[in-house]
Write a protein that binds this ligand. Structure first.
Ligand code: UDP
Ligand code: MG
Length: 182
């Protein structure tokens, strides 16, 4: 349909000092999302970067109507950047993806398929993590602890790749490093 139609999925990409990743990551996301069944908008949130992240995003958006760019006045952190994207989203479903290329955009379709089976949130899981041994093990302990405290059982709370109903996530009041608990 026309570019003014409400998209079916809003993909939110927080970006802080990602100038080296803007072009490769955005073109990969656009290519992957274009091959999926649902219409989409890509919302890049420039989280007060002091490098060329913001300029490069604006440049890409000139020729790509499905890309929208939000600039935060200073660095507010990943949680606030995501919330800015959630609030700007026009689709009924929102999917955050990391702006450093660590999430696989091909997974978006399957996550949203699952969400449409009647869920409010569907969570990704970094099964083969490309992080250091230390980080992976610290996060394994954190996952265990969060599971014990919250009673919500997930493999990987820290995985950004999730699909949410937009109206559900907008009700969450998040700050600090709370994106891990969305
Ligand atoms: N990010 C952001 N603001 C920040 C820090 C990070 O928007 O203050 C973005 C960053 O550009 C990336 C995503 O959030 O797209 C995840 O950040 P990072 O890769 O540092 O997190 P990790 O992979 O270590 O969890
Ligand atoms: Mg990362």
């Amino acid at each position: 349909g026309a570019v003014t139609d409400r998209p079916e999925v809003s993909v939110i990409v927080p970006m802080y000092q990602e100038e080296a990743n803007v072009r490769p990551v955005m073109s990969r996301f656009l290519e992957s999302l274009s091959s999926q069944r649902r219409s989409f908008e890509l919302i890049a949130v420039n989280d007060g970067s002091r490098d060329r992240t913001g300029d490069l995003l604006d440049e890409l958006a000139l020729n790509e109507p499905r890309l929208r760019v939000i600039h935060l006045s200073r660095n507010h952190g990943q949680t606030a950047a995501l919330m800015a994207g959630f609030w700007a989203a026009r689709a009924p479903v929102v999917v955050p993806l990391d702006g450093d290329g660590q999430n696989e955009p091909d997974e978006v379709e399957r996550l949203v398929d699952q969400l449409e089976q009647g869920y409010d949130v569907v969570s990704g899981w970094r099964r083969d993590r490309k992080d250091s041994w230390l980080r992976t093990h610290v996060s394994r302990c954190a996952n265990w602890l969060i599971g014990r405290i919250t009673g919500v059982r997930l493999h990987d709370y820290g995985c950004t790749l999730k699909a949410y109903r937009a109206d559900v996530v907008r009700d969450a009041r998040l700050f600090g490093e709370m994106h891990r608990f969305i």
